[in-house]
Ligand binder design. Structure first.
Ligand code: HEM
Length: 229
């Protein structure tokens, strides 16, 4: 595993910042997001409490902006820049590392478009969840009436899980945490388990929205009546 390309001055720092931002705060946020949403497996009431807790944080919009959106935007845009600058040498060196190199870029791109849609839909359109936490479960159920959206969620969850897990592997190699082939191989097995764990939790969470009866949105309108329109 090659160390971070030295680059000159600024680009070295920006590259390090890209690497670090994948773990803190973006990776930490991903963990929190999977855990919070997994409350759906306990049912709508439990899910609503979790959404209430998160939306009740003081300075919640500033926290979102500086703790989530700006770091994700930085990591994503700089990620596309790294991709654009780098050479895809898949054909010339068909060894595992190059497939993983390509997969890291494609899963990042898929996660980017998925997160764009997901944030726009749940945060910025329709019922406002921050002020109506009780509508969150029903809003996702309504969204899942469309099988294409369900498929997009599955693809998004798999891509983000894989990207983060292989990102943990890359990070450990680049920052000198795993030195030597043995440590990297063992950590590699752990990362596969982490990826599968995230995928399993994500899919189990999705399943809960089908398992429970359709929930009314907070404005009193039942989902059935909305669907019938
Ligand atoms: C779910 C949100 C995301 C998380 C948790 C995440 C996390 C990570 C982590 C931990 C790494 C390893 C850091 C390192 O290289 O040392 C990484 C690498 C990378 N990420 Fe992300 N990332 C996310 C979204 C994205 C997006 C949307 C893009 C856009 C293309 C992207 C592009 C990249 C690229 C290109 C690398 C590899 C850099 C390299 O090979 O040197 N990531 N990511």
């Amino acid at each position: 595993m090659a160390p971070l390309r030295a680059g000159a001055g600024h680009s070295f720092l920006l590259r390090r910042l890209h690497s670090l931002s994948g773990i803190v705060p973006v990776g930490l946020f991903l963990i929190e997001h999977f855990i919070s949403n997994a409350f759906a497996t306990n049912g709508p009431e439990s899910y609503t409490k979790q959404v209430e807790l998160l939306s009740g944080f003081p300075f919640v919009v500033a926290l979102e902006l500086f703790g989530i959106w700006i770091p994700i935007l930085y990591h994503s845009l700089y990620g596309f820049y790294i991709w654009y600058r780098g050479e895809s040498n898949l054909g010339e060196y068909p060894w595992m590392g190059n497939w993983m190199y390509a997969a890291q870029r494609w899963t990042g791109a898929i996660a980017f478009f998925y997160m764009g849609y997901h944030t726009w839909h749940l945060r910025f359109s329709g019922v406002h969840i921050l002020s109506h936490p009780g509508a969150a479960f029903g809003k996702v159920q309504l969204e899942f009436q469309n099988p294409w959206i369900v498929a997009f969620y599955v693809v998004g969850i798999v891509a983000a899980s894989w990207h983060f897990a292989y990102g943990l592997w890359l990070f450990a190699a680049k920052w000198g945490i795993t030195t030597g082939d043995n440590a990297r191989r063992r950590w590699g097995y752990m990362c596969v388990i982490i990826a599968l764990g995230f995928i399993a939790v994500g899919l189990a969470t999705m399943r809960s929205f089908f398992h429970w009866p359709l929930q009314p949105l907070d404005n009193g309108a039942g989902l059935e009546s909305i669907l019938a329109r």
